[in-house]
Design a protein around this ligand. Structure first.
Ligand code: GLN
Length: 538
């Protein structure tokens, strides 16, 4: 058991999507800015083994780590705010916990005992938390419990963390509850009651929160704080306001101002040291006072739920920080574009992104957008499926390959320019079986890719089953499509670009997963810079 690690547990009340992930990430940011080593963990109470098979409409983006885990999007917040690179150990679900316990039972490891929720499931949960603490060597581990207190699925996890307080001691554990302040009636009267009920539900599970984070539309008055303190049994100084904000990167600074970090340090008896927030503050002030703006279209098929493309919108924001401009996003549903007039759709944007995705719906709209970007010399960034669509578009409209396609969408196409990867042919299970995680890629020396990265060998994260069909390489190259990034053994095309274009780059990987506000990703910085030039030229 890792006794030296301190544990902060973050739970949520009243509604889901209340901002537990950003709270966890912001607490992490405040602690790393004081020099502590922090490791975050997200526990998801659903039964799926991981997020890999879930629909982006329901779950938002599937975030991929270097080691190829398909995880919850909160891991993206953690990596971006805390500046760490996480692994498959940083996210687990009810499904994976039960799966492991049942496998142990089948191996006879419980020696004839009846296998039960307590202690076997709770022991499995605790052992994973302790193991990550031990392996990471973190001073502080922040554990976010997904879902909402009161859900049927959360009690095994709240029970495990309740036991942990007994095991590692009060001075080594802290319970932070993020809850909603409601506004009702024609005057938008402030109501603390839902939060009181949610804390009551938490206390029925044996957990008294130490700190309350109150998500609210407007400022909390002293009276509200007094009331919350009294009814929730939390000292008034530990009732913290988390007001809605357009700029999520500001949240660690607003928590800092309210003394949240000092409170945590005091409660966990951590050594007191002053924070270094200079770099973060500069980044936030660049975001708040940009020197101009650019408009970029994202042509996708889950555009009703911005969370489906979360890392892309954040990476574009980071590209904006690098160029000192605000990036405005115009969401274009690719289905609609199929029927519509592309000139109307794109008349007010100066850059086009086609993101990743699966299945045929919306593909023709994406191809239409790419043709528009190529022919009208609009800066273009294609990501994973976006690269595959760019290859299809080029094949159809430059090489004249009628009905060229990916065999994902048309298995009988006469020109399968995107084909199934060799090792994918035998795969039957859907979960965890794609080409996943970080792989090296070699860049061509005089390419845009090389200019942006400034290095020859890069490493980026992948999540796909299909690839560029090598049989057509020569025909593409001879017509002006450059294969600017290849796997080190030259077998896989990882990046393409078009020379006769101001900035047309597409990647088989997902660079968006590695962009951070303090280290904007070079491709996103380069793309936004090209968009800015295009905006100024217009
Ligand atoms: N559907 C494509 C593939 O499996 C692209 C995947 C993606 O965009 N992540 O290869």
């Amino acid at each position: 058991m890792a006794r030296r690690t301190k544990y902060i547990f973050v739970t949520g009340g009243v509604v889901s999507s209340i901002g537990k992930g950003i709270t966890t990430a912001s607490i992490g940011r405040m602690l790393v800015s004081r020099g502590f080593k922090v490791t975050p963990l997200k526990i998801d109470p659903y039964i799926n083994k991981d997020a890999g098979t879930m629909n982006p409409y329901q779950h938002g983006e599937v975030y991929v780590t270097d080691d190829g885990a398909e995880t919850d999007l909160d891991l993206g917040h953690y990596e971006r705010f805390i500046g760490v690179n996480l692994t498959s150990a940083s996210n687990f679900t009810t499904g994976s916990v039960y799966g492991a316990v049942i496998a142990k039972e089948r191996r006879g490891e419980y020696l004839g005992n009846t296998v039960q929720l307590i202690p076997h499931i709770t022991d499995e949960i605790k052992s994973r938390i302790y193991k990550l603490a031990e392996d990471s060597g973190a001073h502080v581990m922040i554990v976010e419990i997904g879902g909402t207190i009161g859900d049927y699925e959360t009690p095994p996890f709240t029970e495990a963390i309740r036991q942990m307080r007994l095991e590692v001691g009060r001075e080594n554990t802290l319970f932070v509850h993020v809850s909603l302040i409601a506004y009702v009636g024609p005057w938008g009267e402030t109501k603390t009651k839902p939060t009181q009920h949610s804390v009551k539900a938490l206390m029925e599970l044996g957990i008294q929160p130490d700190i309350l984070i109150c998500r609210s539309k407007s400022a909390l008055t002293e009276e509200h704080k007094r009331k919350l303190s009294l009814f929730c049994s939390v000292p008034k100084e530990a009732v913290i306001e988390a007001r809605d904000t357009k700029n999520i990167y500001e949240i660690p600074l607003t928590f800092e101002k309210q003394g949240l970090a000092d409170l945590i340090i005091d409660r966990l008896a951590l050594p007191d040291c002053s924070p270094d927030t200079k770099e973060w503050e500069e980044m936030v002030s660049k975001l708040k006072k940009p020197n101009g703006e650019v408009s970029i279209a994202i042509v996708g098929k889950y555009t009703q739920n911005g969370d489906a493309y979360l890392s892309i919108t954040e990476a574009l924001k980071h590209g904006g920080i690098a160029n000192n401009v605000e990036v405005n996003i115009k969401w274009i549903e690719s289905d609609h574009l199929e029927e519509g007039d592309e000139f109307k759709y794109f008349n007010d944007v100066h850059g086009i992104v086609v993101p990743g995705g699966f299945g045929y719906r919306g593909i023709e709209g994406k191809i239409k957008a790419i043709r528009f970007a190529r022919e009208n010399k609009v800066p273009f960034l294609g990501l994973c499926l976006g690269m595959q669509c760019a290859v299809i578009e080029f094949a159809r409209n430059v090489l004249g390959f009628e009905r060229a396609n990916s065999i994902e969408f048309d298995p009988d196409t006469p020109y399968p320019v995107i084909t199934i990867m060799e090792e994918q042919k035998k795969v039957e299970d859907m979960g965890g079986t794609m080409r996943l995680g970080a792989y090296p890629c070699k860049l061509e020396k005089d390419s845009v890719a090389f200019k942006e990265y400034g290095t020859e060998i890069i490493s980026e994260r992948h999540r796909h089953r299909f690839e560029f069909n090598n049989e057509y390489r020569e025909q593409f190259i001879s017509h002006g499509l450059r294969l600017s990034g290849l796997s080190p053994d030259d077998q896989l095309v990882e990046m393409i670009e078009i020379d006769d274009h101001p900035w047309f780059v597409a990647t088989q990987f997902h660079p968006e997963f590695k962009s951070k506000p303090l280290q904007p990703h070079p491709l996103f910085s380069g793309f936004v810079s090209a968009v800015l030039k295009h905006t100024q030229a217009k």
